[in-house]
Structures are given as C-alpha cells and as structure tokens.
Design a protein around this ligand. Structure first.
Ligand code: ADP
Ligand code: ASP
Ligand code: MG
Length: 820
C-alpha cells in the first residue's frame, strides 16, 4: 500500500491532471490518492466568504469564476458521454455554496465554522472531478469521503485529529472495499457533530500522512511542483538544490521554519510508523526527489537546509523590576498560551531584565493586550515597561542533524550575515541543537537566505553584485574585461561577478530577477532599455535591491558621485573608486569613509587613484601592515605629464602633444587637472595619507609650470592659451636639454625622524643617473623609502595611465571585495 498526494499546482488544470493520472496509472501497488483543491481555489473561496461578510456583492462574481473554472476543467477532461453527471454535480455544489455565502452576506458574519464549510468545497470538488476522470479512463477507483473518515475536535480552521477513531474508520472502510485505487479529498475532516472541519492551510499533506499511518503504508509520496525539499526556498534562492535524503526531524524543523513544501504536522504520523516519505515533482516525475526517513546521514553538508518565516513580530518585555525575581517569563508564556498565541521563537537572553520572543504578526495586537494586562501592576509601579512590539521582522533558520557535532556553525552564520550588513535582532538555538534561528528585519530576509545559502552550500561560487557608474572609456574596458574573465573566475576562484547595474551620465540600467545585463551588448541595452540617470535613485536602488556582496564601482571623476559613498558604505555596500575625489577630500571625510567601511564590514578601495593598475597603494598598505614606517616617497605619478614631456621636444607645439595625450585617453576630462599639478597633488596626498599622515591639499606645495592664463575659460580656451605660450614651453625644454636633463613632474613626501614633514609637486630637471630618467611613454614610478628600505627604495614602476590598465586595477579591487 502506498499513499500519493497531489498538491494544488499538480491539479491546477486539465493538462496537469492528465500528468497526475499518468503517475497514478503507472503505479501497480494498491494506493490511496489524496488531492488538494485545484490551484488557487482555497484562496478564492476565502475571498468569496470574506467579501460576503463585508456585504460586498462581488463575492458572486468570484463564485461564478470558480464555477467556470471547475466546469471548464471537467469538460476538458471528460469525454462528452461522461460529462453530464459531473457537470450537474458541480452546478449543484455551487448552488449550495452560493446559498451559504448569501447567508454570510445577510448575517454579515463569517464564523470559523462557516469558513471551514466554504473552503471544504475546494477539495470536495477536485476529488470528485479527478475520480470521474479516472473512471472515464476505465480506472477502477473508489472515492473516499475524508470528512467522514478523519475525525477531529471542533477547533475550526486548525482542527486536531482524533487518531484512534480516525485510524479505525480508515482501516475498516478500506478493508471493506476490494479496490486497488482509492481517491480522497485532502484538507477536510469533521468533528463529533459532523460539522466540517479543516486541518490548517496546506493540510492536504497531513491528510495523506494520516491515511498512510492508519494503513501502515509502505511509503508516502508528496507530489508537488518542485523536485524535492530543497536547501532553500527556490523562489528566493536560484541556486537552491534538492536535498537527496533528510531525516524526519530535519524535515520537521525545516517545515516548521517555513519550508512550506511539506506542511509541518505531516511528519509526525509517518515518523511514528517509520514510513519513508518522498517529495516528488509532478512535472518532472523522473527527478530523484527527496526521501524523508530515519536514516542517519554521515556524509554531505553539515547544514541540511535553510528556511524562513515572514510576518514575525518581536515582543520584548523589559524592566528593572525583573532582576533577581523569578517567575516573569513563566507569567509571560502563560499569558501568551492562554490567548492561544503561538511563540515561534524564544531567544537566549543573556540579560536578566529582558525577555524577547517572536510571534506571528497576526497575534501581535492580541499579545500586547494580554501581556500588558498580566503585568498591569508592575507597569503601574514602573517596574516593568509596557510590552514593546516590533513588526516587519522575519525568522531565518539553519537546520541540520549534524550541526550538533560541529561547533562554529553559528559563528559562520553570524559572520556571513554581519559581513553583508544584516543586523540580527535575536538569536535562538533549538534545544535539539538541530537548528539555529535568528530574527532579522523583513527587508533583509531574501538577502539573508541567499547569503547563508552561499556560505553553507555554494562551495560552487560566491556572487559579487557590482554596480558600475561611468561606463565610458575605462568603464567600457572594465565591462569587456569582466566579460572575458567571468568563466575563469567562476572556475578558478569560485567567484561569480555579476554586473547588476550600469550607468553613464545619461542613462542607468539594472539587472533584475530574470534579466541580466548582456555584457556583449550593454551599450545598446543601456541606450534602449535604460531609464534616465538619476544619481540618488541609482544609489537608492543599490540599497533597496539589498543584494549580497554589493559593490559600487565609481569610474567617474565626478564630485557628486563621490558624495554617495557614505550612504552606501553605511549600508555595507563596498565602494571601489577610480574617482580620486573622495580619497583626496578633506582629511575628516577620507577618514570618515574609512571608518564607515570598517564599521559596516565593507571595503573602500581606490588602488587606481595612484598609478592606475600599478600596485602602489597595495604595496604601501602591505609595508605598513607588516610594521614598516615610510620616511619618504618620491614619485612620477602623472601618466599624462610623462607622456607629454616624453613626447615634447620643442619641434611641434606643446598644445599638440597635450591633445594627443587627451585623444589617447591618458588625461582627465579636463587636462588642466593633470597639467596644473592638481591631479599629482591629489595622488601624493593619498599616498601620504595611506602612509599614516594627516595631510590636507593645502599642505602640499605646487611648483606648477602652467602660466596663470591657461586656467581661464573652458577646455577649448585652454588649448588656445597653450599655443599662445609655446615659447614658454620651449624655454622649459631647452633649459633642461642644455643640462642634459629630462623634464619630469615629480611628487615628493618626506617624513624625517625629527618630525619634518613636507609634500610638494613640481617640474624638475632629471639627470641621466636618476631612477626617473629612463621613464618612457606614460609610465609611472614610485620610490618608497622606509625603515626597512632606507637607502635602496622599494620601487614600483610601469604603465601608470590608460584605460586598459586602469580598468584592470579597478577589476582587481572588485575581486578584492570578494575576499576569496
Ligand atoms: P502544493 O500545492 O504541491 O502543496 P506548495 O505550494 O504547498 O505545493 O509547496 C511547494 C512550494 O514550496 C514550492 O513551489 C516552493 O516554492 C515552496 N518551498 C518553500 N521552501 C521550500 C523548500 N525548502 N524546498 C522546496 N520547496 C520549497
Ligand atoms: N487547499 C488547501 C490549501 O490551499 C490545502 C492544501 O492544498 O494542502 O491550504
Ligand atoms: Mg502544500
């Protein structure tokens, strides 16, 4: 004997019911088939009843639609010759149902008892239609009236089964009928007075388990729309995978904490009889599915699954009057129990003067009332505060038999949540040590489930969600590099770099569930599908999406963009900036961003601020972290100026060389930032700061070489004035050449042991024996003199400008965020 249960989606329409019939007919063992109402019908029936109660006449339309749905399904399934009795049965049922709803309408009252009566029609109808269909296919099937066989108390909406009577009724009925296939409605039952009761939402699973247990079935099969119990809710976690084998206890915990694929009470009856229970997919019947049994697992994952419950309210009872006085928690729990309020979770409260519990939001108002009443006197005496109620929370739970024998799981759990800026309000560990659960705000739940899934199941890969702002020259190259490198990163670093948002100054575009930004055609996509760029909205979307491992990548040189870092870092979004504005802003701001990053466990990285892709800041950080002290930095840091002075030999106009540098993408959008020295000042400032110095822009001496007039007007004016001053530039060149020197724009920072600090930038004559002499093209060079490198400096040298190298530096920072 086998019991099969088909859920609402498995019997949602005629097409699906055909699939169900195929599964039933393929089974040769004796079987009881339990079915749910056609998908969505229970909800619609509740809606009809509620509308009628509110004297809203549209309940009639809801009933009409439902009637049509059932009639259509029957017509599609049954040959014309078999239709009439089934169709008239459906019509008759709907007449009765309409009369009940009419009474509700006139009485303006929907009691739980009447509600059960109304919703029982769903399972009654579906089971009748499917029975008629199987009979039309010459299957010898006997319909069972679950209402008569499953006896309960009168707790309408959530009735408790009287197993003794029920088991007896089921066995005698089945034994009396010599049939191989029985078909029964799930969910419905009746009390001692033969009033219809129901077993709670999702209760058809339970019905099936009740039949299986009464009949000592060899197995129970729960056929649904997913290929088993999965490591997490597949609607939220795309990477969730079916669990091959799970213990009864684990399945119970998972479903108790929200894995609605199996209704929680289902497990108890099959567990008592040790009946193996399968969760299978009606739409992929050959998939293995999950088996729930008593086998003890020895291998595989430590955590078996993750689940969550929404609509949770956190109740806190606090007060100085509670310290040292026993009995407060007992009174709290008694008050809640007396009001029939189910406590979902009790936290391990370390403090004596507070108790914190989680309940369903629907119970919150009632809870506040009964608890405040219970502690009325203490509240009046200010020994206890009125109950604090916080709604909009969720519970997330890790479940696994093996968690008990593996310490450190909760550490990993909270580390992963913390790193993603998810604030944990309360924690509880089940006494069985089979679960750890935490209360978090509802807004974070989807992210939390994904974060934990990644931490515990996805040795496959870790996902980075990056939002790139400024997809011009460097940003465009970056996208190209990501596209090219994606597979490698996934295979070798288990890292999935997902471009979740892109923007330029005009448009912005976000990836969504089911929509990925196509990195091959991002330009067209941005242009055609992008919405107008709004910086605040861009930042808010990043926060609102609340994705794990989110990174803002700023590839602009824009001041406004730099202003959003603060907001993002304080939401645990990491920032990778190519933009130098933030790191060279007033020191207080720079340090504020650094401390925000630290506080929220995010990273604020800006390696490309100095030397493009060269490891300049990284090297400096390593020196300091390993205890070294920087005494002097000498550097040629402007790829642009280097290019310009390497290419200028007074034979063609200086302006032309500058233009070439701009055309080849080495300059800032306004080349004066490079030529005037500001860019180099920013860079040496950032290096000095990273070396531990509290320095401001004003502390740096700029020995610039551009005539004042060049700074006036726009970029076009600038080029004109360069032409005008050609003699000035010729003069600079010739003077250096006369000394056999080259011109280099050098930045210097000195920090002598005596405390002399100096930072300056300026054009210098570089003789042939200098480290700086052989510096070609757009190369940069940085010399670090430190306590460990007092005479021979540590040298970093190489291409210090250009879209490709800058993009690769940004890319390296992005990967650093993954901490792989
Ligand atoms: P049925 O109508 O067959 O009873 P349900 O809707 O009650 O189906 O349950 C199946 C659904 O449960 C799945 O479609 C899935 O979205 C959801 N679900 C939630 N958590 C899990 C989980 N851990 N494993 C599988 N499914 C889950
Ligand atoms: N039809 C009922 C419900 O939707 C029972 C079930 O499908 O399990 O809750
Ligand atoms: Mg279900």
């Amino acid at each position: 004997m086998k019991v099969l249960k088909f859920g609402g989606s498995s019997v949602a329409n005629a097409e699906n019911i055909q699939k169900v019939a195929a599964i039933v007919m393929a089974n040769t063992e004796q079987q009881v088939v339990v079915v749910s109402a056609l998908g969505g019908v229970t909800d619609a029936l509740i809606k009809a009843g509620t509308l009628a109660e509110q004297t809203n006449e549209t309940y009639k339309e809801v009933l009409k639609e439902l009637e049509k749905k059932h009639l259509d399904t029957a017509r599609a399934l049954l040959p014309v010759t078999h239709q009439s009795s089934c169709l008239s049965m459906i019509k008759q049922q709907f007449n009765e149902l309409e009369e009940i709803c009419n009474s509700v309408f006139y009485l303006k009252e929907l009691s739980l008892r009447t509600k059960d009566r109304i919703i029982s029609f769903g399972e009654w109808l579906s089971s009748k239609i499917i029975t008629a269909f199987l009979q039309s296919r010459h299957v010898d099937v006997e319909w069972l009236d679950s209402r008569k066989l499953i006896k309960t108390n009168s707790h309408f909406g959530f009735a408790a089964v009287n197993f003794e009577t029920t088991n007896q009724l089921i066995t005698t009925t089945i034994e009396a009928v010599d049939k191989n296939i029985f078909l029964a409605p799930g969910f419905i039952s009746s009390d001692n007075n033969n009033n219809t009761t129901t077993l709670g939402r999702g209760g058809s699973d339970y019905t099936a388990a009740i039949y299986a247990s009464a009949l000592n079935a060899d197995s129970l099969e729960i056929w649904t729309d997913v290929s088993g119990m999965m490591t997490a809710d597949p609607r939220w976690v795309p990477n969730a995978k079916p669990i091959e084998r799970i213990s009864y206890q684990e399945a119970m915990e998972l479903s108790h904490f929200g894995a609605k694929v199996v209704y929680p009470p289902t497990i108890q009856p099959v567990r008592q009889k040790n009946i193996p229970t399968w969760v299978k997919n009606t739409f992929a019947p050959n998939d293995a599915g999950t088996v729930i049994d008593s086998t003890v697992k020895h291998d595989g994952d430590i955590v078996t699954g993750i689940s969550s419950i929404n609509a949770i309210a956190l109740l806190s009872l606090e007060g100085s009057g509670m310290i040292g006085i026993p009995g407060f928690s007992k009174r709290l729990f008694e008050a809640l129990a007396n009001a029939n309020i189910n406590v979902v979770l009790i936290t391990q409260s370390s403090s004596e003067h507070s108790i914190c519990v989680a309940v369903n939001t629907s119970d919150a108002v009632n809870a506040k009332e009964v608890v405040d009443k219970t502690f009325e006197i203490e509240i009046a005496q200010a020994k206890v505060e009125p109950l604090k109620v916080e709604t909009e929370h969720s519970v997330i739970a890790l479940v696994g038999d093996k968690m008990k024998s593996h310490p450190g799981i909760s550490g990993r759990m909270f580390d992963a949540l913390g790193r993603n800026g998810i604030n944990v309000r309360a924690i509880a560990q089940g006494s069985s040590e089979r679960n750890i659960s935490a209360v978090i705000t509802h807004a974070d739940i989807k992210k939390a489930v994904n974060v934990l899934h990644e931490a515990f199941f996805e040795n496959v890969y870790k996902q980075l969600n990056i939002f790139i702002i400024g997809v011009g020259n460097v940003g465009g190259k970056l996208l190209g590099q990501i596209l090219q490198q994606q597979t490698f990163l996934q295979e070798h670093l288990n890292l999935q770099v997902r471009v979740t948002g892109i923007a330029n100054s005009k448009k912005m575009l976000f990836a969504d569930n089911g929509y990925d930004i196509n990195l091959k055609q991002w330009k067209e996509a941005l242009k055609e599908q992008g919405e107008p760029m709004q910086l605040t909205k861009f930042a808010e979307t990043i926060i609102q999406k609340n994705l794990r491992n989110s990174v803002l990548v700023d590839v602009t040189a824009n001041e406004e963009v730099a202003k959003v870092y603060e907001q993002l870092l304080s939401k645990a979004v990491s920032v990778v900036a190519c933009n130098k504005i933030a790191a060279s802003a007033p020191y207080s701001h720079y340090i504020e961003l650094k401390s925000l990053a630290k506080e929220y466990n995010a990273l604020f990285l800006f390696e490309t601020n100095v030397g493009a892709g060269l490891p300049v800041i990284g090297t400096l950080n390593d020196l300091r972290r390993s205890g070294d002290v920087v005494t002097r930095i000498q550097a040629v840091l402007s790829g642009t100026l280097n290019f310009v002075f390497n290419n200028y030999d007074a034979t063609r106009p200086f302006a032309e060389v500058v233009k070439q540098a701009q055309d080849e993408g080495y300059t800032e959008p306004d080349p004066r930032l490079d030529l005037g020295g500001t860019d180099v000042m920013r860079k040496i400032l950032i290096l000095a700061r990273e070396a531990g110095e509290q320095l401001e822009m004003e502390d740096i001496t700029n020995n610039g070489f551009l005539p004042e007039e060049c700074f006036e007007g726009n970029v076009d004016d600038f080029y004109k004035s360069l032409l005008k001053y050609e003699d000035h530039f010729k003069n600079l060149y010739n003077k250096a050449a006369a000394e056999n020197c080259k011109l280099k724009f050098v930045a210097e920072f000195t920090n002598t042991p005596s405390g002399n600090k100096d930072a300056n930038v300026g054009l210098k004559h570089i003789p042939a024996d200098s480290d700086f002499y052989h510096l070609y093209g757009k190369d940069n060079i940085v010399l670090f003199y430190t306590q460990r490198y007092p005479e021979q400096p540590l040298v970093v040298k190489g291409a210090g400008a250009g879209a490709d190298v800058t993009a690769s530096g940004v890319f390296a920072d992005i990967i650093r965020v993954a901490r792989v």
